[in-house]
Design a protein around this ligand. Structure first.
Ligand code: PPS
Length: 293
């Protein structure tokens, strides 16, 4: 199947999706979770990789013989629903993970999460990022990654983002779905990209208390330092430099890593239209985001 067909968006049970994330559907839906799995669930570009690496270091940083393990992060933390030609599926990678616990990444909206995660009462770390920065980051990602649909220019992409016509659908529906789950499912920890930027150490403490981990002060210091943007940008095992479909000359995967880059992209008119639309779509939500820190 050609790349264009695979990356094309279509309506999938009411959510815009593409084949790379739906072609393994039955296998994914029948995935067998384990009670000690940890699921990292996010809308794309919310800070997934950052939190995956934090968890990877917290759990396995001590046991790794080298300062930087030689297995790329996307193999240590498989992307559950991903299926790409000639590569093992995310589901198979997760099945074969030798680690305990297994760390698993997903961008699925809550209604698509395989039921086994709920049945096994799996701990879930859910990362949120303010909509404007999330949209900007997603735009640049679509420019540089052939597995994503062509974004067009910024204003075209922004319109599609507002209408939910991007892969994984409406940002608003996605975040509200995950946020509301906390009312019925206690084993979920929500964390905000903006909070991580503001005080990484404090957020790592909160994560540890959710996960029941108690790293030494020295270990925590090491993790906090290794996950700083500049260090991750240099780290070939986490900066996606081994991922074939990404052209980092167009836009690096570790692009800016800041809060407020939306101000460099939105015109005044775009901002007003976005905020108005946001108000409508989020009016029933108690979720509060910061788009500057
Ligand atoms: S993906 O492809 O959906 O998994 O992308 P995701 O990892 O969710 O998001 C990528 C954005 O997160 C930024 N990032 C970081 N920011 C600050 N500090 C650290 N350590 C860090 N690691 C990743 C990354 O730069 C992308 O954001 P933008 O705004 O594009 O720079």
């Amino acid at each position: 199947m050609d790349v264009n067909h695979q990356s094309a968006i279509f309506d999938f049970h009411g959510v815009s999706m593409s084949h790379y994330f739906t072609d393994n559907w039955d296998e994914v839906q029948n995935f067998r979770a384990r009670p000690d799995d940890v699921l990292i669930a996010t809308y794309p570009k919310a800070g997934t990789t950052w939190v995956c690496y934090i968890l990877d270091l917290l759990y396995f940083g001590q046991t790794s013989p080298e300062p930087q393990p030689s297995i790329p992060l996307h193999e240590r933390v498989p992307f559950l629903e991903l299926i790409k030609p000639s590569l093992p599926t995310g589901k198979d990678l997760a099945d074969q993970l030798p680690t305990s616990p297994r760390l698993i990444k997903t961008h699925l909206p809550i209604q698509f999460v395989p039921k086994s995660f709920w049945e096994q009462n799996v701990r879930i770390v859910n990362v949120f990022r303010n909509a404007k920065d999330n949209a900007v980051s997603y735009y640049h990602f679509c420019r540089m990654n052939t597995t994503m649909p062509e974004p067009g220019d910024w204003s075209t992409f922004l319109q599609n983002f507002m209408e939910g016509k991007v892969v994984y659908g409406s940002w608003h529906d996605h975040v509200n779905g995950w946020w509301d789950k906390r009312q019925t499912y206690p084993k979920i920890h929500h964390l905000f990209y903006e909070d991580l930027i503001q005080d990484t150490g404090r957020e790592i403490d909160r994560l540890c208390s959710f996960l029941g981990l108690s790293p030494s002060a020295e270990e925590k210091e090491r993790v906090t330092s290794e996950v700083q943007f500049d260090n991750m940008k240099q780290n070939k095992m986490v900066n996606c430099s081994t991922v074939q479909s990404m052209n980092q000359k167009v836009s690096p995967f570790m692009r800016k890593g800041t809060v407020g880059d939306w101000k460099n992209h939105f015109t005044v008119n775009q901002r007003e239209a976005f905020d108005e639309d946001y108000k409508q779509k989020m009016k029933k939500s108690t979720l509060q985001f910061r788009s500057e820190v």
